[in-house]
Design a binder for this molecule. Structure first.
Ligand SMILES: Nc1nc2c(ncn2[C@@H]2O[C@H](COP(=O)(O)OP(=O)(O)OP(=O)(O)O)[C@@H](O)[C@H]2O)c(=O)[nH]1
Length: 313
């Protein structure tokens, strides 16, 4: 698709200016000359006000203008083609990243070549922009694929990969590894008696409690629904139990909203497991680790249900 570009021509020689504009009209009839100026002040103000996409600039517009009057335009990244009678100017033109420079008198083939360069540069810029946008989009998608949208915690995919890598590391270096499996109690009640939105808020707050209770190298993940897990590298059973107690304390101390408190301040059932460092196969060791944590979680939940039935918290 041909772009409809707007061009500014700055040239103090009226004949030369008319000549350039005529050539432009012949070479790119769909483009328009939005500013045709003859001095520096008009060139600078037209460049800012008319926002032409191409600036065709005579370098020596008037004797009293500073030699580098056009530098600000180049610095803004504007597409400039210089027109000059001085062959030595080429160096300055390209240092400033001009599109091209044309030696006077301007000929049709040289102007055509300069316009071609400009179009190629604009096409390249569009392509670069599209690639940058695509990269940014891919980065967002990649993050979303590993992140739980509601809480911002790593999701199950990230958790699975992290756990697998940590199990291998722990077995290889014979370092302890623990896991805390977590499930909200009676969460359905919050959704049913409050609202789904209130349920979402509770999930977000639980994520905060967990995130702020763990160490930097631990991984807190939301596995789905009201299930969370914490992978604890370099941590044995004592450390896992200590974290369980800390999370319980923080949940009790959390400032739940009145609406949540009216229904029931949320509590968590938790179970921990530790990796068997004598295990020969990593997959079985990981499965055993998860099974231990789940078993303790269910036992914890069963006990809480009994306590609730007996009217205790
Ligand atoms: N608000 C909200 N609710 C969710 C989300 N994901 C799952 N749920 C709800 O979580 C509830 C889980 O219910 P259950 O599995 O019975 O768990 P529970 O009510 O905590 O019961 P126990 O674990 O036995 O104490 C269901 O009502 C789901 O609809 C979510 O992203 N937001």
């Amino acid at each position: 698709m041909t772009e409809m570009l707007r061009v500014m021509v700055a040239e103090d020689d009226a004949h030369a200016r008319a000549h350039v504009e005529q050539l432009l009209g012949e070479l790119r009839p769909e483009w328009s000359v939005c500013a045709s100026v003859e001095d520096v002040a008009s060139a600078l103000s037209a460049a800012r006000e008319m926002r032409p996409e191409l600036l065709l600039l005579d370098i020596h517009l008037s004797d009293d203008a500073p030699e580098d009057w056009f530098k600000a335009l180049l610095a803004e990244g504007r597409d400039v083609v210089f027109m000059t009678g001085d062959p030595g100017f080429a160096v300055h033109a390209f240092e400033g990243n001009a599109v091209d420079y044309l030696l006077k008198p301007i000929t049709r083939p040289r102007l055509e070549a300069a316009l071609g360069k400009l179009e190629a540069r604009r096409a390249q810029r569009r392509q670069d922009g599209a690639i940058r946008a695509l990269r940014a989009e891919l980065a967002v998608r990649a993050r979303e694929a590993r992140e739980d949208v509601l809480t911002g915690l790593p999701n199950r995919r990230e958790y699975d990969e992290f756990l697998e890598a940590e199990v291998l590391r722990a077995l290889r270096y014979q370092r302890p590894l623990s896991l805390l499996a977590i499930d909200l109690d009676r969460f359905k009640q919050i959704n049913d008696q409050g609202s789904h939105l209130l349920g979402d808020q509770v999930l977000q707050e639980v994520a905060k409690v967990l995130r702020t209770a763990v160490r930097q190298h631990d991984l807190v993940a939301r596995l789905g629904g009201d299930e969370f897990a914490v992978v604890l590298p370099d941590t044995g059973a004592e450390g896992a139990m200590a974290l369980k107690r800390l999370v319980e304390e923080r949940m009790r101390a959390w400032h739940w909203s009145d609406e949540v408190r009216r229904i029931a301040p949320p509590t968590l059932s938790m179970g921990w497991g530790t990796l068997d460092l004598q295990a020969l196969a990593a997959t079985e060791a990981a499965e055993h680790l998860c099974a231990q944590a789940d078993e303790r979680l269910y036992a914890d939940k069963a006990q809480r249900q009994i306590q609730t039935a007996n009217g205790m918290r």
